[in-house]
Design a protein around this ligand. Sequence first.
Ligand code: URA
Length: 267
Amino acid sequence: MKSKDQKKKTGERPLKTLDRVLSKAGLGSRTQARSWIGSGRVKVNGRVIQNPDHWVDLERDYVYLDDRPVRRQKKIYLLLYKPKGYLTTFKDPEGRPTVYDLIRDVDQWVFPVGRLDLNTSGLLILTNDTQLAEYLTNPEHNVPKTYLVKSATRLNDEQLDQLRRGVNLSDGPTRPAIVTRLRDSANKTFFEITITEGRNRQVRRMVEAVGSTVSKLVRTSIGNLRIGDLQIGSYRVLTRQEVAALRAGQFTNLTTNLFTNRLTTKN
Ligand code: URA
């Protein structure tokens, strides 16, 4: 059987499943698309199709959502400074604010690349480019993500070294990280950590694994992107150069350093 992601070719014309056509057009997620299809809102060549796995010939078939033609949308890339207290999901059953409340004036559908916890603030990329999102979130590509951390207790050098070397979490050991102590107060440590994975609550769990907890967490960078002087709660569109650099993986040097110099960036 063909995988859904596979571009099927018959007579060398590309075919895609109906749910993919809708999500690739930037109208919504695959889950949303499947629900629209299931509820009879989607027509192909004038006929309602309720099977999301229906094959569509991109060159010949006409697809409509609510009787409006579906066209491929331009790619869009946003950099948002997510505040604490906002979810990265589309809708919250409890009615809490989500990052979509901060991009109300964006008329294209975008989704967050990876997640930030409710209580984590900082840099979040939102896009409709599924390929780039897959690239950036795949741990095999070693995309560096940097966080500013305030720990709830003062961390000693050995604790920071453990974070650098990697700690054991319930889902396996973490990779080496770059850790730089920024300053200490009487009973807190402020440090920066760069990791190349993006597991659920990873930084918080790493800090817990060395015997403390996180009291503040801000993501300041992803790949070559920095939060810069973006105001909290606001977003900007990425430049072509920034998108090209992300696509080209132009953070490889930083990542290489991560593995070769990991124990030299002390305190
Ligand atoms: N690590 C965490 O613990 N939380 C985040 O939101 C991101 C990284």
